[in-house]
Design a protein around this ligand. Structure first.
Ligand code: SF4
Length: 336
């Protein structure tokens, strides 16, 4: 069953040069309880899609979609206030570069406490019965410590008394994950959660996210430009290029029978540890660069970089769906 179902999401941004369609008919179908990787190069629009899901867009954005459902809730019909209410309770976000999202003037304890759920009826009842404020404080403290233990921080007392700048990026990210799971959200969006971290810390964070999914059945949407890392833990993947979702499917479909030239290029960039490379052999990269938002190609935006491009590619390809595997391409790889 789909937890998040987005069809033909478009984002137009007002700029000095006029309206620019930065996201063009992106579709995303996230199965409840799964890990879904949204993969694309930097600047491909992953964060914009996440912001549109969260309703965190600016006044100069026009967001339209044929369908935008979180479970049975139509996100497009909610007011800004209602959108904010589901933030943190239904959907949480983990940002890249966590130290810049944590408040530098507040200790970690205060920051985690600020996102804890409001007092439950049980807590209120206990509070009235005991009439001792200390009981309530200690239960909040216990909750905070439990959250830190859940994300693998054992020296909780020291961390809780620190300011963000006194902690490493890895620990700050674990704190952000602890804050994200404080309200048991149904969906966590992790935006490049391991950017600029060492390889060991990266694998710790990915292991932690995987554990959250397995133990709590939390649905995860991981935004990443690292195909190799993300594909390792994803049940489903969607490839996005330049604001267009180009291919989507299960791990097996994407890794075993990729249809889109962009996915194929991403697969080729993965290093095969079993293959023997010649000394100084060049690793594969897709030629060219991602175009800037004010010079977007018409039709299929991969056109100028695509080895299979033909004249018809200036027209947007329609979406083909086969057994849950969807792609947009006039000349898909396996069908030709
Ligand atoms: S539609 Fe054309 S340009 Fe786009 S990926 Fe397919 S072949 Fe390449």
């Amino acid at each position: 069953m789909a937890l998040l179902d987005i069809r033909n999401l478009s984002i137009d941004i007002d700029t000095a040069q006029g309206k620019i369609r930065v996201i063009d008919k992106a579709s995303l179908n996230i199965v409840d309880g799964s890990i879904h990787g949204l993969i694309g190069e930097s600047g491909s629009g992953k964060t914009l899609i996440a912001k549109a899901i969260l309703g965190l867009h600016n006044s100069n954005w026009t967001v339209t979609a044929d369908r935008m459902f979180l479970g049975k809730t139509d996100l497009s019909k909610l007011s800004q206030k209602e959108r904010r209410q589901i933030l943190g309770t239904e959907i949480s976000m983990i940002f890249q570069e966590p130290s810049s999202y944590l408040d530098p003037s507040q200790k970690i304890h205060t920051q985690i406490e600020s996102v804890l759920p409001k007092k439950t009826m049980q807590q209120r009842f206990r509070r009235i019965l005991s009439k001792i404020k200390r009981v309530h404080i200690s239960s909040r403290r216990l909750q905070i410590k439990e959250l830190l233990h859940k994300v693998g921080i054992q020296n909780d007392v020291a961390v809780l008394n620190c300011y963000p700048h006194q902690l490493s990026e890895g620990v700050c990210q674990k704190v952000m994950i602890a804050m994200a799971i404080a309200n048991n959200p149904r969906l966590i969006i992790a935006d490049e959660p391991t950017t600029s971290m060492e390889a060991v810390t990266q694998s710790q964070i990915f292991r932690l996210l995987y554990k959250l999914n397995q133990l709590n059945n939390t649905t995860l949407l991981i935004l990443s430009n690292n195909f190799a890392n993300t594909s390792g833990i994803s049940d489903y993947m969607t490839l996005v290029y330049c604001g267009q979702t180009v291919e989507s499917g299960s791990y097996k479909q994407i890794m075993g029978s990729a249809m889109h030239p962009y996915t194929q290029a991403m697969l080729k960039t993965m290093i095969n540890n079993e293959e023997i490379y010649e000394h100084k052999a060049q690793l594969y990269t897709l030629p060219g660069n991602i175009p800037s938002s004010n010079q977007l190609p018409i039709g299929c935006r991969l056109g100028p970089r695509c080895p299979r491009a033909q004249r018809i590619c200036v027209k947007n390809p329609t979406l083909t769906i086969k057994k849950g595997h969807s792609f947009r391409c006039h000349y898909p790889i396996k069908l030709s």
